[in-house]
Design a protein around this ligand. Structure first.
Ligand code: GYE
Length: 354
């Protein structure tokens, strides 16, 4: 009798494991469209995935070409062949969805949690819950405003403040080159998502440079939420103001908003890249092409290809190795003619733009 019970138990266990593994397989091959509620059913996580390292990743959304490239890079690096069981959750640019996903990762007992916080504030509770659950947290791309460094193991991404400074310095070089620094210069700015580190820090870095010049006035500045549609809409509104003709430069916090603005500027009968100098952050193929075509002027690179770095850092942690607390991506700046040390966009479009 005992033998029969043992046999039945063994069969049940074996069947259970196969079933669990199937669940894991499905989630790791799932596309970037799963939502937070999917995440809770997408995988059994933790020990059930055999030798694979289960990573719950909560992405901001799919708002831009940068984000799409970032998601692809993460999904291509955290594959089963590479030893990972990735549970991917799309936050749809909503903090509540991200928080739900993070809690679901805790519940599933994943081995690691990685995430990019859509905005900086409001994460304190869930970050502490992750710490209490003893799950190592890796921040990717954007940051939170919580100063407690014990809440995460490591962060990797770009120096957004530095990107704003570089954009500002390039604009000054451009204005000097065009002989425009003698009079008042009116600048328009399309900000990223309000409260996002990438928007707050780019805005601050850019302003810091502009504040050094009394003739420069960032007169128009509004959020376009990092999307093409909102970038176009807000630029259309800027161009409807009585004094719109004075706008000489547009600084967009990402390519997508710059591209929306180009449509708006053309519709208003002005020449993007000539009548209005256009500079953005990121460096996707479409923006590079606009620079090559003369419809935009400059892009400050922000590298979305963080997947391999994320996989490497997790493997190091698994091996018990020390990792850096912060890792900044190396980035360049690209324009039409190589002004102020920028690289020429035409020479790098195939190798650098995504
Ligand atoms: O610049 C933008 C995206 O956080 C660096 O988010 C990222 C930014 C990127 O939507 O295109």
């Amino acid at each position: 009798m005992k033998k029969i019970i043992a046999l039945v138990l063994a069969l049940v266990l074996a069947f259970g494991l196969v079933a669990c593994n199937n669940g894991g397989d499905q989630s790791s091959t799932a596309s970037g469209s799963s939502t937070a509620s999917d995440a809770s059913t997408a995988s059994t996580g933790g020990d059930d995935s055999g030798d694979l390292i289960t990573v719950g990743f909560s992405q901001v959304g799919a708002e831009s070409a940068w984000r799409t490239a970032n998601t692809k890079s993460i999904q291509e690096a955290l594959t089963e062949e590479n030893g990972f069981n990735l549970i991917f959750s799309d936050g749809q640019q909503k903090q509540e969805i991200q928080i739900t996903a993070l809690r679901s990762f805790i519940e599933q007992g994943v081995d690691y949690i990685a995430f990019s916080p859509t905005v900086e504030s409001g994460w304190d509770d869930v970050l502490n819950e992750i710490k209490e659950a003893d799950i190592p947290l890796i921040l990717v791309d954007r940051t939170t405003d919580n100063p407690d460094e014990s809440l995460y193991v490591t962060w990797m991404g770009s120096n957004f403040h530095e990107e704003g400074v570089r954009a500002g310095e390039w604009v000054i070089a451009y204005l000097e080159d065009k002989g425009l620094m003698d009079g008042e210069v009116v600048i328009a700015e399309l900000q990223g998502t309000v409260g996002a580190a990438a928007a707050t820090d780019r805005m601050a870095g850019f302003k810091e440079v502009m504040d050094q010049y009394s003739n420069i006035n960032i007169k128009y500045s509004q959020t376009g939420d990092f999307t093409t549609a909102k970038g176009q809409e807000v630029m259309e509104a800027f161009l409807k103001s009585d004094t719109a003709n004075e706008i000489k430069v547009l600084f967009a916090h990402n390519d997508d908003m710059a591209i929306g603005a180009i449509t708006a500027i053309e519709a208003a009968g002005r020449k993007p890249g000539e009548d209005i100098c256009i500079i953005s952050c990121d460096g996707g193929k479409a923006m590079f092409q606009n620079i090559v075509d003369g419809k935009a002027n400059c892009v400050v690179e922000c590298n979305p290809l963080l997947g391999e770095g994320l996989a490497d850092v997790i493997k190091k942690l698994e091996a018990g190795e020390e990792v850096e607390k912060k890792t900044y991506s190396e980035e360049d700046i690209f324009d039409q003619n190589g002004l102020a040390g920028a690289l020429k966009a035409a020479d790098h479009i195939n190798e650098r733009a995504y």
